[in-house]
Design a protein around this ligand. Sequence first.
Ligand SMILES: [Zn+2]
Length: 398
Amino acid sequence: MKYRELQIQTQRDAPSNARTEGYALLVRAGYLTRENTPTPLGRQALSRLQKLAKETGDNFFSHLSLPIISSNDEIYFPISTGSTEIIHCPACGYASHLELAQFAKTALPPEELLPTQKVLTPDCSTIESLANFLGVPKEKTAKALMFRRLSDNKFVFVVVRGDMQMSQAKLTKLIGEVQPATTEEISRSGAVAGFASPIGLQNALIVVDDLIPQSINLVAGANEAGYHLLNTNCGRDYIPELTADLAQAKPGDACPNCQKPLSTLSAYLLASHDEINFDLVLSALAEIHHDDKGLTFPKGAAPFDVYLMQLLGKELDTQTAAEELYVTLQKENVAVLFDDRNERAGVKFNDADLIGCSVRVTVGEKNLRVGMVELKPRKAAENQLLPISELVSKIKGT
Ligand SMILES: [Zn+2]
């Protein structure tokens, strides 16, 4: 393809809305508009990545030299501006979407089951206020969450330990889509919001986190405004229909594989269940593969293999010689971007570096006279001279 056909517009300065270096370079090199829409050059880059993915299959990501994190069925690229929150174990590499991440839970030490006892707890409708008022740690309380299941309008009562958050993604995976229960639905079940427990409820699907059956003598609501129960025990005071992992992992929790502390990261979700997000792959490539002059895509990941340009000659027709090379390379299935502009050499060299094709080939008068062209791999410091007859095999070999 030719530079002018693609209407490439490179820019000297980074856009003011650039949140990352990679995004700024993709705009400056003319892959994206300032509104983050791919240009014809950007679309060419995306289709080359799709082609590479088709050719390399499961090994696609190993061709991109990206610092990725993989889970069973997803691939992440850690970056502070990413919109996907993940849990990651730096020690063993365990990774998962935050909402579905597992962690090793530690039960409190065993103790004797005590009889329940109703206590007055005015103004204690949150776990914090309740724990403060009774002087118990949050892990000795039961947190209640109430929903309606959309498929059958069933009232759902969830219990997690008071020091943990429930993951709605885990609940949804277990029982289907839910939405928060209304005041009317709550009172119909016999529960009282702010003072709710699963004890004595009517027609409720009781679901507890798998740590709850091992958590002895928890403080829970008394289903009566202003009152809580001390020493409630799952299995004795109520029987759950379902017991499953429902708690959301947080940084510092223990890794399910190696028990070391987990951390959270923001990331791009590059692939999920074999479906690749090529726009984000291009963004990730630009973040990692660049230098102070521009993009430096790995071979096969650049929109073109070769950036071909000619320097205007005084006596020889470099333009025609370059056109001939362009045709030859295309016949050999080499993807070429031919800079066919009548621009100064410096402008073309700068754009070649900015756009980041793997190799630059320059047709100049002095070298052409002796049947040579100049070849410069994007990441190499030096140019090399090459007989034109050897160009195709050299490029295919690099
Ligand atoms: Zn681990």
